[in-house]
Ligand binder design. Structure first.
Ligand SMILES: [Zn+2]
Ligand SMILES: [Zn+2]
Length: 550
């Protein structure tokens, strides 16, 4: 049995994104190694748990309207050293499931004193066409089915008060097409909460959000998915002062060369259509909107962010769907607030994203430094189609909240205060440690991250924090950029003593550039890896320089 598809989908083949893998997409006459006459059955759990939290176990079953099943049993076993514990055993009384997406989120208490590295196996027993089958962790044909690895962290994520941590690039259940699908918003919120995460932005593709809810091959003139997403986000945010979802879309828009690039439009009421790289129609790859035009039309409350702007698209995507990357002139567009230059994979960020952001700072462009993972569900591991119809890929990249944006908010935590703080540049990005800096003038007035300091000397105060999960603090580096010289220098790089998880100091900066910035980098390390935090700058524009401009 095929899912009926038009010819146009042939050219979808090279266009693979990163959600839970949809394996039922086939092209008549082409063999698929992972195709099964079963629904996709997936278990997922967070890769890390904040202290004292129950473990959420998500079961997601897709396409039972095509392959109905009767659920018989769902169980989960936790392995800690030589011990094993059954933490879940649910018999859903022969539950017949026959809908496009079915899910259940179990909240399972852990045995007392569970901490550190544990493994978990989830077994799902069901009946299909009179046969009883048991699935371990997922029923994909070509994945490992190996146990989930979870860090039951005895320490919360390192941060100071009034800082909030989140993921600014995430695909949810509103993404659903030939190759991928994500998790529901309420589930994401609950799982994120147990991970110590305070917010996420929901950024499904513009070309998915404009589809009919039950048919991803047809557009919906009423935009029901878009309005449904806005309503669901509003309902989940209502009255909650501890967690915020930022509604949004990942718009496929035209760059300066009129190639399709990705653009996160957050907290904007109006939907912008963008299907240039959707592969929905043959040879229709022209973007509907250009970056500059979009920026001139956004709500005052909206937040505009370049999505993974330095990621070079693969050749086939360049050729077939007119994909490009953000060009220098695009970054200069009026109204752009931030750059999500850290998109999951750290090496790419260090080699390309960070360098680009620094070069923009040195050109005087103040764009908030932001991070996200582009996860599609994926709370513990990434399971995705590899070579179409032949392989599946599985790894730990692109997992929700692996890299995080930290935001400093002085007022109450809310959607508005969060968006405002990001626009004001009160951000850091991290995959582990925490960093903060400020500069005080002689009268004791403090300029924080994102502020502008206006004198020629000051007292820089900085803090670095880590925990055993991210290792001891290895180095703290302060960098100063000078706009007139177009140069960034390392002011100092200090190594705290051994076994340091907390470091604070103040140092006098005797001569600051006329116009520039200072920013901080913290590196920590343990047996499992090296972790980084980068702050957005405190900008510097001395009064003299401000006057000269007038
Ligand atoms: Zn993208
Ligand atoms: Zn994305």
């Amino acid at each position: 049995m095929y899912i009926d598809i038009p010819d146009s989908c042939f050219w979808l083949i090279p266009v693979f994104f990163f959600l839970y893998a949809e394996t039922h997409f086939r092209i008549p006459g082409l063999f698929s190694r992972y195709y099964k006459k079963e629904p996709e059955i997936i278990a997922d759990v967070p890769f890390r748990l904040d202290p004292g939290q129950p473990l959420p176990v998500l079961i997601l079953i897709k396409d039972t309207h095509l392959f109905p099943v009767t659920l018989l049993n769902i169980s989960a076993t936790l392995y800690r050293g030589d011990f094993k514990y059954e933490i879940l055993n649910d018999c859903p009384e022969k539950l017949f499931v026959n809908q496009p997406v079915w899910h259940e989120l179990y909240s399972t208490p852990l045995p007392e004193d569970t901490e550190g590295h544990v493994r978990l196996d989830v077994l799902i027993t069901f009946e299909i066409n009179g046969k009883v089958k048991t699935v371990r962790n997922d029923n994909y044909a070509l994945t490992s089915h190996s146990p989930f690895e979870i860090n039951i962290d005895p320490h919360p994520l390192p941060k100071k008060q009034k800082w909030f941590l989140g993921d600014l690039h995430y695909h949810s259940i509103y993404s659903n097409d030939q190759v991928e699908f994500g998790a529901p918003l309420d589930v994401t919120k609950q799982i994120a909460g147990t991970m110590g995460i305070d917010f996420f932005a929901v950024t499904d593709h513009s070309y998915d959000l404009d589809d009919l809810p039950d048919d991803y091959l047809q557009n919906d003139p009423l935009l029901s998915k878009w309005y449904d997403m806005l309503e669901s986000v509003a309902a989940l945010n209502e009255g909650d002062r501890s967690f915020v979802i930022i509604p949004g879309e990942e718009l496929s828009a035209g760059n300066d060369k009129n190639q399709n690039v990705h653009f996160l439009l957050l907290n904007n009421r109006e939907f912008f259509p963008g299907s240039g790289d959707s592969a929905e129609k043959w040879f229709r790859t022209r973007p509907e909107w250009q970056i500059r035009k979009v920026l001139s039309k956004l709500d005052a409350a909206a937040l505009a962010v370049a999505a993974h702007p330095e990621t070079e698209p693969p050749l086939l995507q360049k050729l077939l769907i007119n994909r490009g990357k953000w060009e220098d002139r695009d970054y200069m567009a009026e109204g752009l607030h931030g750059v999500q230059v850290w998109n999951g994979i750290k090496n790419h960020f260090l080699d390309h994203g960070l360098k680009k952001w620094v070069s923009l700072l040195l050109q005087g462009k103040r764009l908030s430094l932001l991070a996200g993972n582009d996860a599609h569900g994926n709370f513990n591991r990434f399971r995705q189609l590899g070579t179409p119809f032949l392989t599946m890929r599985e790894n730990k990249n692109d997992v929700f909240a692996t890299v995080r944006t930290g935001v400093y908010i002085e007022k109450d935590f809310s959607l508005n205060s969060l968006v405002e703080a990001i626009k004001n540049g009160r951000t850091i990005v991290t995959d582990g440690p925490f960093a903060e800096l400020s500069i005080k003038n002689k009268n004791g007035i403090e300029s924080k991250i994102g502020d502008c300091f206006t004198e020629n000397s000051g007292l820089v105060q900085f803090t670095a924090l880590s925990t055993p999960s991210f290792g001891f603090i290895k180095s703290i580096g302060l960098y100063a950029g000078d706009l007139s010289r177009k140069q960034e220098i390392k002011v100092f790089c200090l190594t705290p003593g051994p076994e340091c998880y907390q470091y604070s100091e103040e140092k006098v900066l005797p001569s600051l550039p006329q116009s520039g910035y200072v920013r901080l980098t913290v590196v920590s390390e343990n047996k499992s890896g090296t972790y980084h935090c980068f702050t957005n700058p405190v900008y510097i524009k001395q009064e003299q320089a401000i006057e000269d401009r007038h």
